[in-house]
Design a protein around this ligand. Structure first.
Ligand SMILES: CC(C)(COP(=O)(O)OP(=O)(O)OC[C@H]1O[C@@H](n2cnc3c(N)ncnc32)[C@H](O)[C@@H]1OP(=O)(O)O)[C@@H](O)C(=O)NCCC(=O)NCCS
Length: 191
């Protein structure tokens, strides 16, 4: 792989790399990921249309926040911006952060993009940000997300009942987490 041709790579994997968001990304495919009702069926984002103003505000926050690390997921093959991934609400005291992810480009879903991006950002969180734990909440019925999280080392810690109203029915959330020592035991190549 010729790393030089990648555009501002920050964390590089075999299939994808992560980089900082750029203002120009707002005019790219990112805008419409949240209009795709299939993509957002397990997310709060799809409940109202996206707007340039909200994207600008999100971008400004991502560019300046010290407690939220929000990165673009891009394909090594053509630099295409296919998703975003984040470590948010970092608690520097308890050394934990909440994980968020969307692989919005449906043409690459199911190819391991999320799994590789998760491993890259987890390794960075544990190796460079000094985190001890990364956690998330995912709707119980979001099988693809749960599988990707499991493949990246997350384990289920508990069920939160009736957390999300989805298609007029209450859904449980699954709380998942991964600890630094577990991650490096499973993926020693990142240590
Ligand atoms: C969830 C999401 C991030 C997964 O991204 P992805 O790049 O397709 O994920 P991966 O390819 O790395 O892994 C997905 C796994 O789920 C499996 N999968 C997909 N659909 C599934 C289903 N309906 N039931 C069970 N497993 C499923 C895939 O086969 C794959 O597992 P495998 O490699 O063992 O075959 C992506 O679909 C997405 O962004 N969805 C919308 C936003 C979202 O739900 N975000 C998470 C909020 S917590």
């Amino acid at each position: 792989m010729n790393v030089k041709r990648l555009e501002h790579p920050f964390l590089v994997g075999k299939q994808v790399y992560l980089r900082g968001l750029q203002r120009s990304d707002i005019d790219g495919p990112w805008f419409d990921w949240f209009h795709d009702q299939d993509n957002t069926r397990f997310m709060f984002n799809g409940s109202r249309p996206n707007s340039r103003e909200s994207m600008e505000a999100f971008y400004e926050h991502a560019a300046t926040s010290k407690d939220d690390l929000i990165l673009a997921i891009c394909m090594n093959e053509d630099n295409r911006h296919v998703g975003n991934i984040s470590l948010q609400q970092v608690s520097w005291f308890y050394r934990r952060a909440e994980l968020g992810i969307i692989v919005g480009d449906r043409s690459v879903q199911g190819r391991g993009v999320a799994t590789e991006a998760l491993k890259l950002i987890l390794a960075h969180g544990f190796n460079r940000l000094n985190l001890h734990k990364v956690y998330l909440r995912v709707e119980e019925g979001n099988k693809a997300a749960r599988r990707a999280f499991e493949k990246a080392g997350f384990v289920e810690e508990g069920i939160l009942r009736d957390e999300i109203l989805h298609h007029r029915a209450w859904q449980n959330s699954v709380y998942m987490g991964v600890l630094e020592d577990e991650f490096f035991k499973t993926f020693p190549e990142f240590a």
